[in-house]
Design a protein around this ligand. Structure first.
Ligand code: PDD
Length: 290
């Protein structure tokens, strides 16, 4: 596969993307035994980097891989990769796997983790997508019970999101025991009577960095925002539904399973919180907030 990305970081070296090679016995390849992060970069500055590095550490600890690098080393790699594209908005991908070893489920005694990172241009949802919103389906959350770990083993997420795409929809909203957990690749928010709701953090959802920022921005601006369980019925009765992620920011979902959400249009609360996020990003680019 030819990559548009020029250089990648692999195990201590910066190499041409097309030359980067890992062992076919890497446990990331064999078992999906690894974790990852996706970090937006605005105006050359990695966004919410301490939060991303702390989630990476939590994911590594949860699967018992010793963090191979210090925060300063991670930051150095990110800064180096960011330089290639200068001040344009980018997305950094970081991945750590347990490394190469003869195939055995149990951890090998002493493998070197494989560390891989690259930057790619940021691809935002277009203005039409933001203005008109997107469609979603609901489907059973068939994933494992530690969805708080940002694991590279994403088979269920891949299949579930593909179900949505095959139906011409943008996301699959996952339902567990009559409650909404999250999207296949996003967190989910609903708005009802001017109150914002999103699922409380648990082992059933990824603690999204965008999710946390939306909650923070709401709190700072006296918008009632509650982190609690959302039932499937509440989802269907909501005035507005949004998905959030580092790549999609905050996107209105205006139709679920073929039925309109509220009046089927982007809602006023989305407009407000989306503007708060854009203002925050502008301040971040200007270096006035961290
Ligand atoms: N995914 N939940 C899941 C299952 C996700 O995969 C993601 C993001 C999120 C949102 O997290 P954040 O706001 O930190 O991006 C929630 C990334 C973008 C991906 O896999 O590409």
């Amino acid at each position: 596969m030819k990559q548009k990305i020029s250089r990648v970081y692999l195990n201590g070296d910066y190499v041409d993307a097309n030359e980067a090679k890992v062992s076919a016995f890497d446990r990331g390849f064999i078992f999906g035994d690894g974790v990852y992060e996706v970090i937006p970069v605005y105006g050359g500055r990695p966004f919410r980097l301490p939060q991303h590095l702390s989630r990476l550490k939590a994911s590594l600890a949860a699967i018992m891989i010793a963090n191979p690098l210090t925060d300063a080393q991670w930051t150095g790699i990110i800064d180096e990769l960011v330089q290639d594209a200068g001040k344009t908005d980018q997305a950094i991908y970081l991945q750590v796997t347990r490394g190469a070893a003869p195939r055995d489920h149990a951890f090998p005694a002493d493998t070197e983790p494989t560390v891989f990172a690259y930057s790619k241009p940021m691809t935002y949802p277009g203005p039409a997508e933001i203005e008109n919103g997107v469609g979603a389906i609901t489907t059973a959350d068939i994933r494992w019970r530690r969805c708080d770990i940002k694991a590279i083993a994403l088979l269920a997420n891949v299949v579930l999101r593909q179900q949505a795409i095959a139906q011409g929809k943008a996301e699959a909203i996952l339902v567990h025991d009559g409650h909404i957990t999250e999207g296949a690749a996003s967190n989910i928010f609903i708005v009802k009577d001017n109150v914002i709701y999103t699922a409380a953090k648990s082992e059933q959802i990824l603690p999204g960095i965008t999710r946390d920022l939306v909650v923070e921005l709401a709190q700072q601006n006296d918008i009632d925002c509650r982190e609690m369980s959302i039932t499937e019925q509440q989802l269907r009765d909501a005035d507005e539904v949004w998905l959030t992620s580092s790549m999609k920011e905050i996107l209105p979902i205006v139709e679920i399973d073929g039925i309109r959400v509220g009046n089927g249009k982007r809602g006023p609360m989305h407009q407000r919180v989306f503007e708060l996020l854009q203002a925050y990003k502008d301040d971040f680019r200007a270096g006035t907030v961290d």
